[in-house]
Design a binder for this molecule. Structure first.
Ligand SMILES: C[S@@+](CC[C@H](N)C(=O)[O-])C[C@H]1O[C@@H](n2cnc3c(N)ncnc32)[C@H](O)[C@@H]1O
Length: 253
């Protein structure tokens, strides 16, 4: 076993691989109630634009044709609700997340938005999904995969649960590739986000982790290779907002 098998990165700290999930769970436990507000503040509302780009690409049927979405690391259900709003009556979403606090906020939202018949919430780990093979038309994961300790395992599971012809979409923070914007982005990430996190959620460390984990995530081409290695075909990606975020796509053929 080499060092990378035994340790992983938690922010810029190396921690035993087995401990990363516990640390990640603490982060989302502490921010769950204010997670949606923080998303707006941290991204200046841009997360809505990025998520809408994912839904546009997903393009769920607008009619009553059955379409089942699995949204993994779905947290408070943002992707599922956005998809449900544009989709027709045949749309069903399952939000799967490892953190019961995030799911509880999502369930409340579903009831308030009268979407509880269409969007359901299930506790589970992206690395070991408790769903049968070939059950879903689409798998989405937004701002979640970099938190999963064994990304390759999560990608293999995504492939397993998709129907042939099913689509994988992943939205994740990426590498800013516009000169000038990279400096502003660094300053904002390290000097603004942690204090903002402390002011709103009382927890600067969690937001420091979120910022640092973005820097550790594989570059878009390397991540596309990982998606191919899991079995997906026609893998592609597009940079959004100068590379702050990347949207990766693949198909189970
Ligand atoms: C930044 S949030 C994203 C939530 C939602 N997708 C969104 O875009 O608003 C990351 C989510 O990943 C979840 N998560 C972390 N590790 C996970 C794992 N191994 N399996 C499933 N979910 C996980 C966290 O609990 C958290 O809800």
């Amino acid at each position: 076993m080499d060092r990378e098998d035994r340790t992983t990165h938690f922010g810029f700290r190396d921690v035993p691989l087995a401990d990363k999930q516990t640390l990640v769970n603490d982060v989302f436990h502490s921010v769950a109630q204010r997670y949606d507000l923080m998303n707006d503040l941290m991204s200046g509302g841009l997360h809505r634009v990025w998520k809408n780009a994912m839904i546009t690409t997903l393009n769920p049927p607008r009619n009553n044709a059955p379409f089942s979405l699995l949204d993994v690391a779905g947290g408070t259900g943002d992707i599922a609700f956005r998809a449900a709003k544009t989709a027709g009556s045949g749309f069903q979403a399952t939000v799967c997340d490892i953190n019961p606090d995030m799911l509880a906020v999502g369930r409340e939202r579903a009831i308030k938005q009268h979407r509880d018949h269409q969007v359901s919430f299930v506790e589970g780990n992206a690395e070991t999904l408790a769903f049968t093979d070939r059950g879903f038309d689409a798998y989405t994961i937004a701002f979640g995969i970099r938190n999963v300790p064994r990304i390759d395992a999560a990608l293999r599971e995504a492939f397993r649960v998709l129907k042939p012809g099913g689509r994988f979409l992943c939205l994740e923070f990426s590498t800013v590739d516009v000169p000038g914007l990279d400096k502003i982005y660094d300053l904002f990430s390290f000097k603004v986000i942690p204090p903002l996190g402390r002011a709103v959620t009382g927890d600067a460390d969690s937001y420091r982790y979120l910022v640092e984990s973005i820097r550790k995530f594989p570059k878009p081409d390397a991540f596309a290779d990982m998606i191919r290695d899991a079995g997906f075909a026609r893998v592609s990606w597009q940079a959004l907002s100068g590379g702050i975020v990347a949207l990766h796509s693949g198909w189970r053929l």
